[in-house]
Design a protein around this ligand. Structure first.
Ligand SMILES: Nc1nonc1C(=O)N1CCN(Cc2ccccn2)CC1
Length: 250
């Protein structure tokens, strides 16, 4: 039985997560029980008449923080519910920047609790006491941690054996880790007067493989050269990149 990914999410807007449970690859993962997703809403852990979930910041200033007591109760319930000593992650701009290497690292945990913050965030003492790792999906400010949590869940679900069908996993395998993707083409053969590169119509599978690899290397060099510095290119890759550079008219 494939190792399922168990995710508990703490969020004030649990219905947002239908964006991943109701569509596509992640929906199928949930149906196949390869991804198990449960939500815990701090509002369900309030005891006052108004079901208060936010609180004022000490020191004054604009904005509110998530109220401590309901939040901690929801985190505790999520940890209990997910079981198996889950890794607890807070999504925030102050976290470690997520990339595919970070996804691979996080794939080692079979159970996770993701805390989606709202307002101006959460009390630092809650981060110190209850959060294991803080992660960011990028240097931009969103309205809450739900979309970052869904981004992380989507990327992690694709790492679970059995989630990607043969087609998708073949596509992933063809993707040379760390490189940008090559250009893709489908019908019609001529679009706005522009023809599909002839090699792709040649039926010569090794030539096609080499062309796609060279295009991926060339695009990475042109658009994200810093990605190449971390890569140990094979002799073939280096030759193809050198050829691309020689042919490239700056
Ligand atoms: N970028 C991101 N990558 O992960 N999360 C984000 C992100 O923008 N957000 C919006 C603000 N939320 C609440 C908050 C505000 C301030 C400090 C801590 N927490 C967290 C999630």
């Amino acid at each position: 039985m494939a190792q399922a990914l168990q995710v508990g999410v703490v969020s004030l807007f649990p219905d947002m997560f239908q964006a991943i449970t109701e569509y596509g690859v992640t929906r199928r993962a949930v149906e196949q029980q390869l991804l198990q997703l449960h939500t815990w809403n701090p509002r369900d852990f309030t005891h006052d008449k108004h079901r208060t979930v936010d609180d004022r910041p000490y020191g004054g200033g604009p904005g509110m923080l998530m109220m401590v007591e309901p939040l901690r109760a929801a985190i505790a319930a999520a940890k209990e519910g997910v079981g198996d000593n889950p890794r607890v992650i807070y999504l925030s701009p102050q976290g470690k920047k997520l990339d595919q290497q970070g996804v691979q690292y996080l794939s080692q945990f079979s159970s996770l609790v993701l805390v989606a913050g709202r307002y101006e965030g959460i009390d630092e003492r809650v981060i110190e006491a209850d959060i294991d790792e803080e992660w960011s999906i990028g240097d931009f400010v969103l309205s809450g941690g739900e979309l970052p949590a869904m981004v992380m869940i989507d990327a992690l679900a694709r790492q679970v054996p059995g989630v990607l069908g043969h087609q998708d996993s073949a596509a992933e395998d063809s993707f040379v880790a760390g490189l940008l993707d090559c250009p893709h083409y489908t019908r019609p053969e001529t679009l706005d007067g522009k023809k599909v590169p002839s090699v792709l119509l040649s039926g010569n599978h090794d030539k096609i493989r080499q062309w796609r690899l060279q295009q991926a290397l060339g695009r990475t060099w042109l658009r994200r050269p810093e990605l190449l510095t971390d890569l140990a290119l094979t002799d073939e890759q280096q030759r193809l990149l050198d050829e691309f550079k020689a042919n490239y008219q700056l």
